[in-house]
Design a protein around this ligand. Sequence first.
Ligand code: SAM
Length: 327
Amino acid sequence: MRDGQQRKIEYARISLTDRCNLNCSYCRPHNLNRAYARELSEIEILRAAKALVTAGIRKLRLTGGEPLLYKGIQSLIFRLKEIDGIEEIGITTNGILLEPLAASLAKAGLTHINISLDAMHPETYSCITGSDDGLDRVLKGLAASLDSGISNIRLNCVPLKGINENEVAELAQLARDNDISVRYIRLMPIGSIIASDLKGIGMDEIKKMLSDIFGYMERVPSGDELSGPAEYYRLQGFRGKIGFIDSLDHSFCSSCNRIRLTSDGILKPCLSYSDGIDIKELLARDDSGDELVKSINEAIWMKPASHCFMDKIHEKRETRNMFQIGG
Ligand code: SAM
C-alpha cells in the first residue's frame, strides 16, 4: 500500500519485547524506570503479520528490546516464514545470546541478521553497554552467524563523540575480513537522549575518517531491493561493504518504506513522532483480520512526510526511548 505521500510501504519492524540484557547509554540507560510493557503472544504476532502482508508488507524485522529474549523465537520465525507473501525475515540483536541460537535461527528461516556492536575494546564496550563480558560473546555470536549460512549479516555501530570514535576503523576491518556489511548509524535524538550529554557523529565525518585510513571508497548498490536507507561503499581489499545511515544530515524520509509495531501493540507510522494506533485489542481477537488491515492501512496513510528530529520543540515528538519502540 502507498502512504499519503505516495511512498510504497513494504517493510514492518515488529518489536517482540522491551526487555533487554544490556543498558546501552543511548538506548536504555541505567537510571530509567523499568516498568515493562506487555509482550504480544506468538498468536498475536502472527495475526499482525498476516494483516501486514494483506496491507502490502513483504519484509519483516524482529527487534526489541532484545528479541532473542523472546521465548520461542525460533518457532515464531518458522511460523512467520510460512506466511504467504513474506519474502524476508530479519532480526536486530545485540548478539549476546546469539552464539548458541544462530544455527537454529537460520534453520527456522531467518534471512537477515543485524548485530549491534559499538566497540572493539572491552572497556569501551562495557562503558557503552554496562556489560563486562559482552564483547567476547557478541564476537562469538557473529562467528556462529557466519557459520550458520545466514547470507545477510550486518554489524551496526552508533558512533559517539569522545566514546567509541577511535574504534570506528577497527570495526570496519570486520568487513575487510568477512563478507558482511559494517554500518554506521547517526545517533538519533529520541527519548532521554534529547536531554543527555551524548553526542553523535555525522556520517560525512565518519566517511572521511575511514577514507583517510583505507583510501578510495566506491559507492555500490545495497544489493537488496528492500534494504532501506543505508548508502553502501566498497573499500579496496574488503570482502564486505561499509554502510552509512544518517537521518539528520542525509534524511531519507522521502524513500522511507517502513512502519513499526511496538511490543505493547501500537502501530507507529514514524519513529520520531509519538503518534500511533493502538491495535492491542484487535490482536487479541480471533476474528479481527479485516479490522486489523483497516488499522494498518490507516497507520500507513497517516505516515508523515518527514521526521521531526530537527524540531527542538514539537508537541508530538516521541519521548520514549528506542528500546521501548523497537529500533
Ligand atoms: N537489542 C537489539 C540490538 O541491540 O540490536 C535491538 C533493539 S536496539 C533498540 C536496535 C538498534 O537501535 C541498535 O542497533 C541500537 O544501536 C539502535 N539505537 C538505539 N537507540 C538509538 C538512537 N538514539 N539512535 C540511533 N540508533 C539507536
